[in-house]
Write a protein that binds this ligand. Structure first.
Ligand SMILES: *Cc1c(COP(=O)(O)O)cnc(C)c1O
Length: 382
């Protein structure tokens, strides 16, 4: 028997297209808006679901040298892709027991607590060489970072300062999606007061929303994530942020149903009149959120095509009655995220934010990377 050849990815139930040129353009643009001396890239959660092992080389080729992830394992997964002189930092900090691996790999921990600072210092003393890190201070979000008195204690401790050269002092904004929120300027003031304890050390405060606020928020090292991946970080859209993601789902079946017919689990949808339904090969197991049931829609042939009933695990039914009967056929693709279905609209229909839509993107999609398609094929074959 001849061995089976797997079907080409083009036959997948849904196709995700990721424009790496747009990621790079967004990185340049958001960096300029921030006014920061250097723009890093936050590539945690597999570059917000888009594939960090594709995104990091594209950004590195464009000159990005500093990368942030949330977990040490994410850093280890990417470290071979760093450009010469590049660095990768772990936002979630230094887990007890991670000191050896972190130091051996040359990963920078973000020191978030006194325990973490002292353990990193102690390990540097054991090794007899300085171990660089970033220090996070809590400027008002009460999530991660040392308190003002703790920052002062570290700043005034010559042993800590010698053992742990700080690459940056950082903090994180809680309300950067709303530039008018007074919490932003409160946090900026609190941050600057603590950063001043470490003269000459780079300051890093701005996520994507902070980059758009610019000015003093930009600091020395900007840390955008979301905007790189083509989503708008604040209510006031910046038209220069280019969309990155297109998601298309395939029509598996088309059927005519009479008035009154129900569709999907629980039969929560009923045909108001004779209707044409199409079933798509995408469901909540693909990260196509079940909360879109009854709210979301697809786009094809110039028409918005509403979902009919609940999203299933592997399929989604759409009502295509507004189209002529033969406008769509089995095997056709419809747009779920793209120019006609912006990610912000999808997020709002799902009752969530673009961050969650992106980081939920599923493992079963065929992924196309623009403009590096040939490169992907080579990597997949290896
Ligand atoms: C995720 C994260 C960022 C990036 O935030 P975006 O809003 O996606 O730009 C920056 N800094 C920290 C500490 C983060 O956790």
């Amino acid at each position: 028997m001849t061995p089976l050849t797997p079907p080409p990815p083009e036959l997948a139930g849904a196709i995700l297209t990721i424009d790496l040129d747009a990621v790079v353009a967004n990185w340049r643009h958001i960096g300029q808006r921030s006014g920061a001396r250097e723009t890093a890239a936050v590539v945690k959660a597999d570059a917000y679901g888009l594939g960090a092992r594709m995104v990091v080389p594209a950004l590195a080729a464009a000159g990005c040298k500093s990368f942030f992830v949330a977990h040490l394992t994410e850093a280890l997964h990417l470290i071979d892709l760093l450009p010469p002189g590049g660095q990768i930092a772990v936002l979630n900090g230094l887990t007890p027991g991670a000191e050896v691996v972190c130091a051996q790999a040359g990963v920078l921990p973000v020191l978030n607590s006194m325990g973490q600072a002292r353990r990193w210092q102690a390990y540097a003393q054991t090794l007899g060489r300085p171990l660089p890190a970033l220090l996070q201070v809590d400027s008002g979000m009460s999530r991660l970072g040392v308190a003002p008195a703790e920052a002062r204690a570290l700043a005034q401790d010559p042993v800590f300062r010698a053992a742990v050269p700080l690459r940056a002092v950082m903090s994180h904004l809680a309300c950067a999606d709303d530039p008018k929120d007074p919490a932003n300027t409160d946090q900026l003031a609190a941050f600057l007061a603590m950063a001043e304890l470490f003269p000459g050390t780079a300051r890093s405060l701005a996520n994507s929303g902070g980059c758009l606020m610019g000015g003093a928020f930009g600091g020395d090292l900007a840390r955008p994530g979301l905007a790189l991946y083509g989503a708008q970080p604040a209510a006031m859209p910046d038209p220069a942020i280019r969309p990155v993601v297109t998601l298309e789902a395939r029509i598996m079946q088309i059927r005519k149903v009479p008035a009154g017919a129900g569709a999907g689990y629980g039969l929560t949808w009923h045909a108001a009149g004779p209707s044409l339904l199409a079933t798509l090969g995408i469901g909540y197991a693909d990260g196509w959120l079940r909360s879109l049931s009854g709210h979301g829609s697809a786009f094809a042939k110039g028409h918005i095509l509403p979902f009919a009933g609940r999203i299933s695990m592997d399929s989604t039914i759409i009502d295509i009655s507004s189209l002529p009967e033969d406008a769509l056929v089995e095997g056709d693709l419809v747009e779920l995220i793209g120019p006609n279905r912006p990610i912000e609209a999808v997020a709002s229909e799902a009752g969530t934010i673009a961050y969650e839509i992106l980081t939920s993107l599923g493992a079963r999609y065929a992924r196309h990377y623009l403009p590096h398609q040939a490169q992907i094929r080579a990597e997949a074959a290896a």
